[in-house]
Design a protein around this ligand. Structure first.
Ligand code: BG6
Length: 482
């Protein structure tokens, strides 16, 4: 009566994912303006800036800003895309740098050279039958918007983002079918400058500022869904969250309640983008914390009507939590959030928990919560690689990480979860968002560049390059063999 699912979908979008500021470099080329991330240095100040606690509006002598050159994709995209083509990519997730299109964010007319660059990149991808998957805003905005308006604190950002996204839809309507509005929108609540260009002022009520900014992003995102559907009727617009299921440290109901709170923190904004309204727990949270959102009359209607078509998400790790303050002291790092150490799981060199089963759990949870297609748009292992004398890199640890995760994605598909694609993070080594380092590598392609910016930028295929190529060529058949 029911048919068993025996394979990845035929048109499954295998590929890789990047962000403009982590690969392009050429930070002032052809009329591009400075972005917030262009002024985010490496070292201890990086975290202070990204959390909105240190203003960084002008470059400082003696600081190193890794986005300025990154891996120079701006000048090397043909070579890089040829390598993606060789691996058989079906999709490539990338973001557009807002400041290449509108250098100051509030310019009257767009910068033609910036628009042309992305036209050229899309043409190159399409030449290899690689579907572009585009994030409109991946953690960078023109720095002028942060400086002049306070970033997403200010409602004016809705109009400016609407104009920017409409410009993209009009220009690329024949080339791009998969879009996403904001990368990891829930990060805004944890990294306010990275996610929303927010620097806090003395005495400001941080929660009030954050949730007002989040509201502005939500309305802007909904208006982008509307514009996308009007201008490119066959396109799909997604949201994007930093996901990862949470385990209770013990069977104490108080621990489980902490789990729910933590998961809701991640789902909060996605509930709005996908279901079209603030959930009850969010309203209660606003009331109990004295947060008064300033809404315009049509906002709730806009959120209601223009919900997303699919759920894009990153999954690197699961998390674990507890209600016991003593247990909470046993902490390990993670993608911003961190976690109580889970005694059953290992961690990466950077302390991120490795949990393949969590991938299956997360896919099932998102499917049950939203009942929309899922797109896994980030996953992978950040690790140090050794370049051997004969120009090889034996990254078996990366292969093993991916292999275990692919097996769980296959299980989720067998569970009936609708997953349209998988783009691993950083298919070519790139600048780490969290630390600004180069030595934290995710790629199938090695880039000869070091933390201090030295290196030839030469590209070298790793062992995982050939391995991933085989997975794609077979459409992951082995993960369905019993
Ligand atoms: C995600 C971001 O949070 O994690 C990426 O969308 C980021 O921009 C990725 O690079 C991995 O994090 P990191 O800190 O290892 O670069």
């Amino acid at each position: 009566m029911f048919n068993e699912i025996t394979k990845f979908p035929d048109n499954f979008l295998w590929g890789g994912a990047t962000a403009a500021n982590q690969i392009e470099g050429a930070y002032l080329a052809d009329g591009k303006g400075l972005t917030t991330i262009d002024l985010m240095p490496t070292g201890p100040k990086r975290n202070q800036v990204s959390t909105g606690n240190l203003n960084s509006f002008v470059p400082e002598e003696g600081e190193f800003y890794p986005s300025h050159e990154a891996i120079d994709f701006y000048h090397r995209y043909k070579e890089d895309i040829a390598l993606f083509g060789e691996m058989g990519f079906k999709s490539f997730r990338m973001s557009i740098s807002w400041a290449r299109i509108f250098p100051n964010g509030d310019d009257i007319t767009p910068n033609e050279a910036g628009l042309q660059f992305y036209d050229d990149v899309f043409d190159e991808l399409l030449k290899y039958n690689i579907e572009p998957v585009v994030t409109i805003c991946h953690f960078d905005l023109p720095v002028n918007l942060a400086k002049t308006y306070g970033g997403w604190k200010n409602r004016i950002m809705i109009k400016l983002f609407e104009k920017y996204s409409k410009t993209l839809f009009e220009r690329y309507k024949n080339k791009v079918k998969y879009w996403m509005t904001f990368n990891e929108i829930n990060m805004l609540l944890h990294l306010p400058y990275t996610g929303a260009g927010i620097i806090f002022e003395e005495g400001e009520d941080k929660q009030q500022v954050l949730y007002q900014a989040a509201h502005h992003e939500l309305v802007a995102s909904a208006l982008a869904v509307k514009a996308c559907h009007e201008i490119i009727p066959n396109a799909m617009m997604g949201c994007m969250l930093a996901a990862g299921n949470v385990y209770p440290y013990s069977s104490n109901p108080e621990d489980y309640w902490e789990v729910m709170k933590m998961e809701r923190d991640s789902y909060f904004l996605i509930d709005v983008q996908s279901k079209g309204e603030y959930p009850g727990y969010a309203k209660r949270f606003f009331i109990e914390n004295g947060i008064q959102l300033e809404l315009e009359s049509e906002d709730l209607e806009i959120l209601k009507i223009y919900t997303v078509d699919y759920i894009g998400f990153s999954y690197y790790s699961s998390r674990c939590t507890s209600a016991d303050p003593e247990i909470l002291k046993n902490f390990t790092d993670g993608n911003v959030f961190g976690s109580v150490i889970n005694p059953y799981l290992e961690t990466s060199e950077w302390g991120w928990t490795i949990d393949p089963k969590g991938m299956r759990i997360t896919c099932n949870q998102l499917h049950e919560r939203y009942n929309k297609p899922l797109f896994i748009v980030e996953n992978g292992l950040g690790a140090q690689d050794t370049l051997m004398d004969n120009d090889t890199i034996e990254d078996d640890y990366r292969i093993s990480y991916l292999d275990l995760h692919f097996a769980e994605i296959a299980e989720a598909i067998k569970d009936g979860v609708d997953i349209i694609g998988y783009t691993s993070w950083g298919p070519i080594d790139l600048v780490s968002n969290g630390t600004g380092e180069m030595k934290k590598r995710y790629g199938y392609i090695y880039v000869d560049k070091n933390n201090d910016g030295s290196g030839t930028l030469r590209r070298i295929r790793k062992k995982s390059f050939h391995w991933y190529k085989d997975v794609i060529a077979s459409n992951g058949t082995k993960y369905f063999q019993k």
